[in-house]
Design a protein around this ligand. Structure first.
Ligand SMILES: CC(C)(COP(=O)(O)OP(=O)(O)OC[C@H]1O[C@@H](n2cnc3c(N)ncnc32)[C@H](O)[C@@H]1OP(=O)(O)O)[C@@H](O)C(=O)NCCC(=O)NCCS
Length: 177
């Protein structure tokens, strides 16, 4: 995998077929809060939502040659929590284990700290069973802060989650890597 081909961009309605490949795959959504998409209509509804300029959730498509192969998102806090945002990411199963999400996450963290100067902290909650995601967080430079026991009820199971964070002061911009 030539990781220099990985780019991030806002979603487009024309991503619908590519989106179905990963957001319609139970293997990908197993650890995600979102339900698996089951039809193209559902995928279009989702895209209309995230393409709306007033949508306050930062959502980007991970692309190779401008084709969407995954997503990365940051949910900003509001009020007294506006200095932090919670990140999530996923990619189509055929691209797993090739460094794709690690690269995308590094680009995203860099972009978020540049575009939103009020952001001090990015955080991620990772199921203890999701070893690949834990590895991504480590490789990007997130710090594992602790274990949250019985933290979240997801898809029929109450799970333990690691909490990870990266502060603006921890992060080396992509240009310096
Ligand atoms: C988790 C996920 C995002 C990782 O993406 P990816 O592009 O495969 O990540 P990378 O290739 O950059 O790194 C994955 C690392 O995990 C390791 N890994 C993969 N599966 C593993 C497993 N079952 N046990 C231990 N390590 C594992 C890989 O070897 C790699 O580490 P390495 O570089 O030291 O070899 C991807 O598997 C995915 O989309 N999963 C579904 C969605 C999801 O769970 N998202 C996480 C919620 S934030």
């Amino acid at each position: 995998m030539n990781l220099s081909k990985i780019t991030l961009r806002p979603f487009k309605l024309t991503d619908v077929d590519d989106l179905m490949i990963y957001a319609g795959d139970d293997q990908v959504t197993r650890h995600l809060r979102r339900k698996t998409l089951t039809s193209k209509d559902e995928a279009l509804t989702f895209l209309k939502h995230v393409c709306n300029p007033h949508y306050h959730h930062w959502h980007r498509s991970i692309c190779i040659d401008d084709r969407s192969i995954g997503y990365i998102s940051a949910l900003p806090g509001s009020g007294e929590s506006m200095f932090k945002a919670e990140m999530s990411a996923g990619a189509a199963a055929e691209y797993w284990g090739q460094g794709v999400v690690t690269k995308a996450m590094k680009i995203a963290v860099d972009q978020l700290f540049k575009d939103f100067p009020h952001l001090v902290r990015l955080e991620g909650f990772v199921d203890v069973k999701n070893t690949a995601c834990q590895r991504v967080m480590d490789k990007v430079g997130f710090r594992k802060e602790g274990l949250l026991r019985s933290h979240y009820f997801l898809k029929g199971r109450l799970g333990d989650y690691f909490i990870y964070s990266i502060l603006a002061t921890d992060f080396l911009p992509v240009s310096k890597l």
